[in-house]
Ligand binder design. Sequence first.
Ligand SMILES: Nc1ncnc2c1ncn2[C@@H]1O[C@H](COP(=O)(O)OP(=O)(O)O)[C@@H](O)[C@H]1O
Ligand SMILES: [Mg+2]
Length: 293
Amino acid sequence: MTIADDRELVIRDLRVAPAANPDLEILQGIDLTIRKGEVHAIMGPNGSGKTTLSYALMGHPAYVIKGGEVRWKGYDLLTLSADKRSRLGLFLAFQYPTAIPGLSVASFIRSALNAKLQGIDKNPDIDPTDATRGGVTMLEFRRKMREKMALLKMEDSFATRYVNEGFSGGEKKRLEMLQMAMLEPEFAILDETDSGLDIDALRIVAEGVNAQLNPNMGVLLITHYQRLLNYIQPDFVHVLAAGRIVTSGGKDLAIRLEEEGYGPILRENGLDTGIPDEALAVPLEPEAAAASR
Ligand SMILES: Nc1ncnc2c1ncn2[C@@H]1O[C@H](COP(=O)(O)OP(=O)(O)O)[C@@H](O)[C@H]1O
Ligand SMILES: [Mg+2]
């Protein structure tokens, strides 16, 4: 029996497989407790299951839960639909955001915000479109959008563009951060929010995240490179490999990973993965690489 207070998210023995290959456990027993106000970085080689973890926490239908539990605010999250998890304050910034042609950024975010305002039980007394019944006025929504867009150095015209349609890699990641800023989650999972960003975009996105850090939000910061942690200070760093958290530490662990690559740390923990002992080189032109995917 796990006892979790309402300030922490507790992952116990989480086992996850892709729905397309349900016998293949990608995550083979993840244990992690993240308290509000803490930033936990998860680092791991490509293919180690970082995205699988973020999707499993959020309830993506392409993954099946083979075992374990995730406690949050008295619920086992794993039994809830993705929208309920969001209503409970969870947020996921995608590694590869999807385009939604025909839906404007402003409509998308307003719909999400309104849905969230009704809470997990969709309180019928709250009408998100009616300011006198717990809703947000259009004026207030626009003011907040402008404020958050300025924080992320986004042009006003962004709000009327279609979600991710024709966006550059950097614009896609900035839109993820705008959604986070507007929805004000209590638990945010950021899946490689630094990938595909050049150094200026990285700085803007990191400043956007830092401006949002507060004692009422826990953060799971997934990253392959230490670089992001130069801008966002983690309280804990965990290494994910072979389906488990193989070791945990502080910022120094991330620096060591950057200098030595994943090989030595994995071997120390009894894993011989054939991963070379090389410094982690950030791709030279990530923006171009992301655009070509
Ligand atoms: N349908 C599937 N069948 C077999 N393997 C899969 C399937 N879907 C995902 N995987 C594997 O799961 C592993 C973890 O992927 P992912 O969570 O995206 O890793 P990361 O985000 O750490 O790069 C990868 O090795 C990938 O090939
Ligand atoms: Mg990934």
